[in-house]
Design a protein around this ligand. Sequence first.
Ligand code: GLV
Length: 305
Amino acid sequence: MYKSDPARGAAWRKRFAEEAADIPFHIWPDVGDPAAVEYLVAWQPPDDLFQRFPNLRIVFSIGAGVDQFSLEEFPPAVKLARMLDPGITQGMVEYVTMATLALHRDLPAYLCAQRERRWRALPSKPAHERTVGIMGLGNLGRAVTAQLRGLGFAVRGWSRSAHEIEGVRCYAGHVGLQKFLAGCDILVCMLPLTAATTGILCSKTFALLPPGATLVAAGRGGHLVEEELLSALADGQLAAAVIDVLSDEPPPPTHPFWDHPQIMLTPHIAATTQVDTGCSALLDNIRRHQSGQPILGEVNRLSGY
Ligand code: GLV
C-alpha cells in the first residue's frame, strides 16, 4: 500500500510491476482488500491505521524522518522503518554543502548588497579557518561531514550518543553540547525530531555559539524556535541562516522569514526520496522481511529514530 504523492506512486507501481510482480501494489485511496495489506509505505499515515489494516507488518516512511508516525501507538508486532535511500543522502550532501558554502562566502549579505546596488567586498577567510558543526551523526550526518572535510572545513559533530568519525571531533549528549557549540562557526541541524530535540535551536543554544555564527536548519521545523532565531539575528548573535524546514509548511504569506535579509528560505527540498533508489531500498527491505532477515532502518522504540 503506497500513500503519498500519486504521480510519483505511478512510477513506484511501474517499478514493482517490473521487479516484484508477486507483490500487488496499491496506490491510496485504492486499498484493495485491507486485510491483505502487510506493508505500508507512506508520508502521512491514514487515520485508524491499525484498525484499517489489521495484518500490517511494517510501516515504511517514504522519507528519512519518522516523526509523523506515533510509534507509541504501534502494536508490538508492527515495525516502523526509515527510508534509507542513497538518493536522500546525496540530496542532503548537496544541500548542506550549498548552504555551508553560501554562509561561508557571505551569500545572504551579497544578495542584499546586489539589491541595494552596493559593490563592496567583505573580509573573507579560507575554509580551514571555519568550523562547521553537524548536529546528527547518522548516515546523513556522516556523509555530510565527509564532503565538508573534503572542501577543507574543520568539522565537528554532536549527537545523543557517542560516535567516532575519522577527522571529526565528536561530542555527545547534554554534557558535550556546550563544548561543541562553543566552536561552531556554522551550525548544521540534521537531527531526528524527538521529544528530546524539539526546540533545540533556541536562544539558549544560539547564545553558546561564537557571536556572528550562522545556522543551517535541514532537519525538521520543530527543532527551531522561530522567534528566537529572529531575535538572535536582530542582536547579531547569529549573522545569517539557511532554513529548509518550518513548523508550518507552507508558511503564511505574512511569515517573517519570506523577506528577511539574513534568511535564505527553501521549501523543504533539501533531500527528496528518489524513485529509482528509494524503490530499490524498499523492495530490498521487503525481501529481507519475507526471508526472515532483519530489516534495515528499523526505528528503535526507545530512541524514536
Ligand atoms: C524529508 O524531510 C525526509 O524525511 O525524507
